[in-house]
Design a protein around this ligand. Structure first.
Ligand code: GLC
Length: 417
């Protein structure tokens, strides 16, 4: 049986507690006044973040910013941010966001509105699509850093003129391919967000859409059927079966090794292709994505930028970092170290950047015309429906007709809920 503690013992314990408390307080007072902020991104390949963070910390030694290196796919990182916000943990103070996450994160109240810190006059310095994609219900939640738009890379040493139509692309592949040494056309075919981008560019190029202007689902109209038919028909003909395992980097590697004629990807690929040790250095051209005859080329608007988590205890410090990380200086570092395309318009007139990347003036036009994926707080679910069924069609589990009908119905269900 436990006996109650004597009053002398209780007194000694209280004394000890007081001493420990005093020591703890002294400890706190002596601790340097540091602020630590965290954000999540993919691994820091090329060391761009390391350089940006060290330059920032030199100027702001009181603020320590930490990059948490996560998985490469945007979907998985979105899930990681969402999980911590849902559980109320303040794991991430700064949110490095794909443009497609903004409506959901803002609608859920996970982000601080930045209207006062990032007023309209300052937004004009950035590409208009990136700004539009940072706004939700009239408030801005993200400062753009890295712009993105889907483009078609081609082997300029083998292909004289890049194709304009879907049929021309296939014809050129059939004429010049030599699989498995040299495939025709590569895209991102794994079941994840990149597949949605690849598919939407084909859908738009066929004149189709996911939602019409009134928000009704029209994905499974005739254009949707034609688009998925076209994509599925490529596999095993001009596109390797392994495409269903490709994210951006897997598809880039095959192209980089000189084993494909065409690649749909984001503009970062170009800088890597021009690296001194690249097997395709000087042999790569960039063109807008192909389209149906009489239709127009469409690029998916991608891109990344920074917001502040509502749970962040130091929003002013977070803002100081965001100001620096979205400056022209930081954009140049990201550009140089991993080919990221800047979101500030002025850099597309920068003589130094244009000298190193002569195609930037053409790319600028593609960026201006790029199209957003459906802008909706439930976009992640809409995307899941597209991913699931387009992928099922690519691997032959559903016919293209079944897949497009099912995706359409599933999205109707999501929007009706
Ligand atoms: C790129 C784009 C992003 C897109 C992702 C898909 O990172 O910038 O917007 O969602 O690719 O994989």
């Amino acid at each position: 049986m436990r006996r109650p503690a004597s009053s002398a013992a209780r007194g000694a314990a209280r004394g000890l507690l007081a001493v420990l408390l005093a020591l703890a307080l002294v400890g706190c007072a002596e601790e340097p006044e540091g602020i630590r902020l965290r954000f999540l991104d993919r691994p820091d390949e090329g060391g761009a973040w390391a350089e940006i963070l060290s330059r920032f910390e030199e100027r702001h030694p009181e603020i320590d910013v930490e990059l948490v290196e996560g998985p490469t796919s945007t979907d998985t990182r979105e899930g990681m941010y969402a999980t911590t916000f849902l559980s109320g943990e303040a794991t991430y103070d700064i949110v490095y966001m794909d443009v497609i996450w903004v409506p959901r994160f803002a609608d859920r109240g996970w982000l601080l509105p930045l209207d006062d810190r990032f007023p309209e006059a300052e937004r004009e310095a950035f590409l208009p699509g990136d700004v539009a994609g940072s706004v939700f219900e009239g408030s801005v939640y993200r400062v753009p850093l890295r712009a993105d738009a889907g483009v078609l890379f081609y082997r300029s040493d083998l292909i004289e003129e890049p194709p304009e139509t879907f049929a021309e692309l296939v014809r050129l592949c059939e004429r010049h391919q030599d699989p498995p040494d040299r495939h025709g056309f590569l895209f991102q075919g794994q079941q994840y967000e990149g597949l949605v981008c690849s598919f939407l560019e084909v859908l738009w190029g066929h004149g189709g859409r996911v939602l019409d202007r009134d928000g009704r689902v029209v994905l499974d109209g005739p254009e949707g059927h034609a688009a998925l038919d076209w994509l599925v028909d490529l596999v095993g003909r001009v596109t390797p079966e392994a495409v269903t395992t490709y994210q951006e980097e897997e598809s880039r590697h095959v192209f980089h090794e000189g084993r494909a004629l065409f690649l749909r990807n984001w503009p970062y690929v170009w800088s890597k292709a021009q690296a001194a040790d690249s097997p395709v250095r000087g042999k790569v051209g960039i063109a807008p994505m192909v389209h149906a005859p009489g239709g127009e080329s469409s690029a998916a608007l991608g891109g990344w930028g920074f917001g502040i988590a509502s749970s962040c205890p130091h929003p002013d410090a977070a803002w100081r970092f965001i100001e620096f990380a979205t400056s022209a200086e930081a954009m140049r570092i990201l550009n140089e170290r991993n080919g990221a395309i800047p979101a500030r318009r002025a850099l597309y007139r920068d003589p130094e950047l244009l000298r190193r990347h002569p195609h930037y003036s053409q790319l600028y036009e593609v960026l201006l015309r790029s199209r957003p994926r459906p802008v909706h707080p439930r976009y992640a679910e809409i995307s899941d429906a597209i991913q699931m069924h387009v992928s099922a069609a690519l691997v032959g589990e559903e016919t293209p007709d079944e897949a497009i009908e099912r995706a359409g119905d599933q999205i109707r269900g999501i929007l009706d809920r």
